[in-house]
Design a protein around this ligand. Structure first.
Ligand code: FEO
Ligand code: CA
Ligand code: CA
Length: 645
């Protein structure tokens, strides 16, 4: 999410990490000159170009004169009320806010919305998108289930008469608030491709809405703990709803991990204590909900915020199943989740905490994946070891365990058990000396190389004395993408459980001329990108990067850039798709055959002056009276074929 919801442009906002762990950074040696960064990047590119370290690409695949394997003609920077895709590709709107999801859902009528209707219709501000093919494991990608997150609501673009986004949400009536609560969470839809066109299968038995009131089970160390109990749930085992579901991932057993990010903003009247402040739970809420529902009023329900900020596992194949909050993976502003099977069968989940100066985490399961019994894997994320990353200026990563009783995580510091570590994960990570990062957004693991890619979107609050090699720029308005490299040489033999990794800088974003961006020197003029947020890999291991927050002054839309990760085309982004006005790119996800790219277009028309009556765009319907509608699109090649091939 962007703009007012996370104050990306507010220079006064320095994040909620008061420690910033500067003592762990040798500040004097940490400054990275542009020349130094370039040298590092090229050194890595040089290693990859030898063709031994990162398999998956070879010279034969190189298509362009610049060495890139991508064959499409890149778009140029620009802004537009509508989307644009590279020549030779089609964009189809698959589903929009308000479209029918479950059987019996009413037709969308923007002038007569109700919470009951919204509970059956596609929610607002689609973010993570994950495709699960039929049959499970199929490589064809013509039929399957699509999970979609609904992160937050733009009250003033959903309802008439609210005005501009400033203070808009606080004007919502009870009915409008209930519609917003119903527009959060996620959707499961069944989709099928016929004659090259995708469509939602109507009245599917799998179709499901999960909302802000869906009962969700709490598992892992925090289940049933006193700090999880509320007056509505004295057992501390069943939360109502999931909120601010940002990015996510799919587990090897075909469930969804949906990440609760800026959950704090729904709560009001929190006391001014360190525990609440560390997660931004405050006196003022961005929403009106606490006026109508006591659970969002922290003065009345002090433990309710503890029930949010988790990774939630959903089984999309079982519409009757309760989703589960997996507390062993820690509580913070989870941006996403990348789950991999380690070579020894243990499951590893990477997740970033999207706040300025917050951290990158890893969970390693105690148990092992069972490929022959799907349900046997459902408890794997309840027991294991959570750790947080310390990035060294020497290119090392150390995973620091967050285990009660170890190091400073003892009763002397208020940690009376692993439950406290799970609920106050940020504070635990502060104490062990994690590296404060430039807003960790999406994290994904390359299916070919096994290297993990972390998008650090920006951090305009980083001061010159706070830079280090992995966060090398002060006032970092454009972000960077970092490679997190477990020991090993390919996806099969890397050890995702090792305590020591290495890292390398993949791209320093921004304009190479104006912002110190560092890319492959062969990058064409006008192809730079800013604010990497969501990333996806095709099955060749090439990375497709979605952005959120391209600077207004530069007049470039957010979009999707594609680049190789090795060979001559490494770090050589090409603009494939440009979002409509004021939208960010979410999702994205490839069908297994690489012939469809699902992308979520979030918050079209979200800008300071935009209103329901006069929105910045009316994408995608462009009908008088209809505001913009966040939608999921399917991008295919005209006549079929692999994208970018
Ligand atoms: Fe929801 Fe950090 O983006
Ligand atoms: Ca994001
Ligand atoms: Ca992703």
């Amino acid at each position: 999410m962007t703009n007012h919801r996370d104050l990306a442009l507010d220079a006064e906002d320095v994040g909620s990490n008061p420690t910033q762990n500067r003592t762990f950074v040798d500040i004097a040696n940490a400054r990275l000159s542009r020349r130094g960064a370039l040298k590092g990047l090229l050194a890595t590119a040089g290693i990859a170009a030898l063709g031994t370290a990162l398999p998956g690409f070879n010279e034969a695949e190189a298509a362009g004169a610049d060495g890139s394997t991508f064959t499409f003609k890149p778009l140029k920077h620009g802004e537009s009320p509508s989307h644009h895709v590279a020549e030779g590709y089609d964009v189809d709107i698959l589903i929009r806010w308000g479209d029918k999801v479950v059987a019996g859902a009413p037709e969308f009528d923007v002038t007569r919305q109700t919470a009951a209707a919204q509970e059956m219709q596609f929610g607002y501000n689609n973010d993570f998108v994950g495709f699960l093919p039929f049959p499970a494991g199929a490589k064809t990608g013509n039929h399957g289930l699509l999970w979609v997150n609904h992160e937050y609501t733009n009250t003033n673009l959903m309802f008439a008469g609210i005005g501009s986004e400033k203070d808009n949400a606080l004007k919502a009536s009870k009915e409008q608030s209930d519609i917003e609560i119903a527009a959060h969470g996620g959707s499961v839809i069944e989709i099928r491709k016929t004659s090259g066109k995708w469509a939602v299968v109507p009245d599917s038995k799998y179709a499901r809405r999960i909302t802000g009131t869906t009962p969700i089970s709490i598992s892992g160390p925090a289940r049933g703990h006193a700090r999880m109990k509320t007056s509505a749930d004295p057992s501390g085992t069943l939360a109502l709803g999931t909120f601010n579901n940002c990015a996510g991932g799919i587990t090897p057993w075909g469930t969804v991990l949906t990440a609760e990010e800026n959950f704090n903003q729904y709560f009001a009247n929190a006391p001014d204590t360190a525990e609440y402040k560390r997660l931004g739970v405050a006196k003022a809420s961005s929403y009106a909900w606490s006026k109508y529902h006591a659970r969002f009023d922290v003065a009345k329900e002090p433990n309710e915020p503890n029930r949010f900020g988790w990774l939630v596992e959903v089984d999309p194949f079982d519409p009757g199943s309760a989703p589960v909050k997996r507390t062993a993976l820690g509580r913070f502003k989870h941006e996403g989740a990348s789950a991999v099977i380690n070579k020894d069968g243990r499951i590893v989940v990477y997740s970033g905490d999207d706040e300025r100066f917050d951290y990158v985490y890893r969970f390693v399961s105690a148990g092992r994946y069972n490929p022959n019994d799907r349900k046997a894997n459902f408890s794997l994320l309840d027991e294991g070891t959570l750790a947080v990353a310390k990035f060294g200026d020497d290119g090392s990563i150390e995973w620091l365990p967050l285990v009660h009783g170890q190091g400073p995580l003892t009763a002397a510091n208020g940690f009376n058990g692993q439950t406290d570590v799970c609920i106050e994960t940020r504070r635990a990570a502060d104490l062990v000396g994690a590296t404060p990062m430039d807003r960790p957004e999406d994290v994904d693991t390359n299916p070919v190389t096994g290297v993990v890619y972390m998008a650090l979107t920006n951090n305009s609050s980083r001061k010159p004395e706070q830079v280090n090699k992995v966060n090398p720029r002060p006032d970092n308005r454009h972000g960077q993408i970092v490679e997190i490299i477990p020991p090993g040489s390919n996806a099969r033999d890397r050890d995702h459980t090792a305590s020591k990794y290495t890292w390398s800088m993949f791209i320093l974003c921004g304009d190479p001329k104006a912002h110190g961006g560092v890319y492959n020197p062969a990058m064409a003029e006008g192809q730079w990108l800013s604010c990497p947020d969501n990333v996806a890999f095709d099955s060749k291991g090439r990375i497709w990067i979605g952005t959120d927050g391209a600077p207004t002054a530069a007049k470039i839309a957010d979009g999707v850039w594609a680049t190789d990760v090795s060979g001559k085309g490494r770090a050589l982004p090409k603009l494939f798709f440009a979002a409509p006005q004021d939208a960010e790119i979410c999702g994205p996800w490839f069908a297994p055959d690489d012939q469809t790219f699902f992308v979520a277009i979030q918050h079209p028309g979200e800008s300071s002056k935009s209103t329901f009556e006069e929105p910045a765009t009316r994408w995608p319907d462009f009908k008088a009276g209809m505001p913009p509608r966040p939608s999921v699109i399917a991008i295919t090649k005209k006549g079929g074929g692999v994208l970018g091939a």
